[in-house]
Design a protein around this ligand. Structure first.
Ligand SMILES: Cc1cc2nc3c(=O)[nH]c(=O)nc-3n(C[C@H](O)[C@H](O)[C@H](O)COP(=O)(O)OP(=O)(O)OC[C@H]3O[C@@H](n4cnc5c(N)ncnc54)[C@H](O)[C@@H]3O)c2cc1C
Ligand code: FES
Length: 296
């Protein structure tokens, strides 16, 4: 973990009210793991704001492809209040105070082959890094749910942008490896399948060996019901067994104070005692969470 001032290399509105900010932060890029986060000092606000590491990239020699040791990280953030509004105003060339990488990320089991990533809204943020990280070794399907087409992660325009930036010099600038299967879901049906991500989740339960998710609390509660159906609800035996054995990890976005395990403001109660989301998470096993006690 390191705290430092880092240069903003770009800050662009990629969806209405959602910004993609790249920072030149080689030490964070080389240590970050999918699901970890950074905290950012936003103008004069006392509390730093947490954001998932959304992507990492490394600079390589155009002639030899050799890693030149310079790396960048990106955050994808939605403007919801004072801190994110300030962040959205920042421009390339400005410096911001960043601390990270923090927390524990997703844990992929060594015997998993098929990885299902489920993102609700801005919860797509850490899953792009996870897809980037996991796709060479695992079969990855990424479901992204949003209210409407404009809120679905704009892969095609970001891929075109990646191709136009210093061709061949930056690795990992393209947001999603070609072999990742991407499934958009919109509530109004303007792109992809119509409905909520949790409506189509059952279609993938026999395929997936493991699920990693990031999204709102209601999405997790619905997932918990789908993955742990009541025995009284008469599901087929085989299907029920497959679902309840399926490992599912979720990233919790609770309000944080310090982000480093010192203030206890992010404490939640789990089946394994009290945990601090910033230090013991933000990624937890879905079945360890006592949902009725989580306040976000
Ligand atoms: C581990 C972690 C990773 C996160 N990653 C991302 C990310 O990648 N992209 C992103 O856009 N946001 C992310 N968030 C949420 C982000 O930190 C908040 O949106 C941000 O702190 C809001 O700051 P603000 O000053 O703009 O809003 P505030 O003025 O602090 O709050 C404005 C509104 O946002 C709500 N809010 C504030 N913080 C949170 C929170 N932690 N979770 C849910 N609602 C909140 C408040 O209840 C309030 O309604 C993450 C949060 C955590 C804990
Ligand atoms: S935010 Fe301070 S202990 Fe987690």
């Amino acid at each position: 973990m390191k705290q430092s001032l880092y240069d903003i290399t770009s800050n662009v509105e990629v969806m209405p009210g959602v910004y993609l900010m790249w920072l030149e932060a080689p030490d964070i890029a080389s240590h970050a793991y999918p699901g970890q986060f950074i905290t950012v000092c936003c103008g004069g606000l006392i509390l730093r704001r947490p954001f998932s590491v959304h992507r990492v990239s490394f600079l390589s020699s155009p002639s030899t492809g050799e890693d030149l040791g310079e790396g960048g990280i990106a955050i994808l953030f939605k403007v919801v209040g004072e801190g994110t509004f300030w962040l959205a105003q920042q421009q390339a060339g400005n410096k911001i105070d960043v601390l990270g990488p923090l927390g524990r990320g997703f844990d992929i089991a060594s015997d998993s082959k098929n990885l299902l990533l489920v993102g609700g809204g801005i919860g797509i943020a850490p899953l792009i890094f996870l897809a980037q990280y996991a796709s060479p070794q695992y079969q990855v399907t990424l479901i992204h749910g949003a209210s409407t087409a404009a809120q679905i992660y704009p892969f095609s325009s970001l891929r075109a942008e990646a191709l136009s930036i210093a061709k061949g010099q930056r690795s990992n600038l393209s947001p999603l490896p070609e072999k990742v299967q991407f499934i958009p879901v919109t509530e109004d049906g303007t792109l992809g399948r119509k409905g909520m991500v949790t409506d189509i989740l059952p279609d993938f339960l026999n395929w997936a060996d493991q699920i990693c998710a990031c999204g709102p609390l209601d999405m997790y509660k619905a997932m918990s019901l789908t993955l742990n159906p009541s025995p009284l609800k008469g599901k087929g035996k085989g299907e029920g067994e497959k679902r309840s054995n399926l490992r599912c990890q979720v990233s919790l976005e609770v309000r944080m104070g310090c982000g480093i395990g010192a203030c206890r403001s992010c404490t939640i109660n789990t089946r394994h005692d009290l945990k601090q989301v910033c230090r013991d998470g933000p990624v937890f096993e879905l079945n360890d969470i006592l949902w009725q006690e989580v306040r976000i």
